[in-house]
Design a protein around this ligand. Structure first.
Ligand SMILES: C[S@@+](CC[C@H](N)C(=O)[O-])C[C@H]1O[C@@H](n2cnc3c(N)ncnc32)[C@H](O)[C@@H]1O
Length: 224
């Protein structure tokens, strides 16, 4: 990925922060009466799994507007959430979103390609819909570096977009915001199989699955 594309994507998300949740809520350009109900059903599964996952000191990479931060912070088993994003506007939205357990969250403005943390600092890590913006040739090394931030045996999880039927897995998409501005965004789609192939290099016991149409999920551990 060229430095320009990386910067464009960071600017895109920074500008998109106030309208980002339109995507989750299927408002405006994201509305599709044919699939809105299925989307809500599959998203509810991600919410359910998020309610049941994570403990100790958790690193969340690219927290965005905080849908998953809120789940993590609300869990009694989680003692601290370090929520990182490259966009101050996203961190601001995230601060607003988190209610239960907000006192456990520390928000950090940082680049996910250059995280300011050391080996073994966390019990768990999570990243939602960020892997799909990482060039495929960098994904393995980046996830390896994230996994090294976990204590041995620490758990990692991710959610992302499932490859739509018949679509190219690697795309540069032209995306528009409400104000009509347009940005190029790298989007890399995974299936449960291609994600397992990637994660099993980090942990032979890695598990991946999909929700049917929209989402893919993975869990793995740092080997002891
Ligand atoms: C698709 S959003 C996902 C947000 C959130 N994790 C979620 O699942 O709703 C991608 C996020 O990655 C962040 N991001 C993009 N490039 C980044 C980088 N280099 N370092 C850290 N965060 C980055 C964006 O600001 C945005 O919040």
């Amino acid at each position: 990925m060229s430095p320009e594309l990386k910067r464009t994507m960071e600017t895109y998300y920074d500008q998109r922060a106030p309208e980002y949740d339109d995507w989750y809520e299927r408002r405006g350009r994201y509305r599709d009466p044919r699939t809105d109900a299925l989307w809500a059903e599959e998203l509810a599964k991600l919410d359910e799994w998020a309610d049941e996952w994570g403990s100790g000191r958790v690193l969340e990479i690219a927290c965005g507007t905080g849908r998953w931060t809120a789940h993590l912070a609300a869990r009694p088993e989680v003692t601290e959430v370090v929520a990182v994003d490259a966009s101050e506007a996203m961190l601001e939205e995230c601060r607003r979103k988190v209610r239960a357990g907000a006192e456990k969250v520390r928000w950090v403005l940082a680049d996910a390609y250059d995280l300011p943390f050391g080996p073994g600092e966390f019990d768990a890590l999570f990243t939602g819909f960020f892997l799909s913006h990482v060039p495929p040739e960098r994904a393995g090394r980046l996830l390896e570096s994230y996994t090294s931030l976990l204590r041995p045996g620490g758990e990692a999880g991710l959610y992302d977009s499932l490859l739509p039927d018949g679509a190219e897995p690697v795309q540069v998409q032209r995306r528009a915001l409400r104000d009509g501005s347009e940005y190029d965004v790298l989007k890399v789609y995974y299936t449960a199989d291609t994600l397992r192939e990637l994660l099993s290099r980090l942990d032979p016991g890695a598990r991946t699955w999909d929700t049917g149409r929209f989402f893919v999920a993975g869990r793995w551990r740092r080997p002891r």
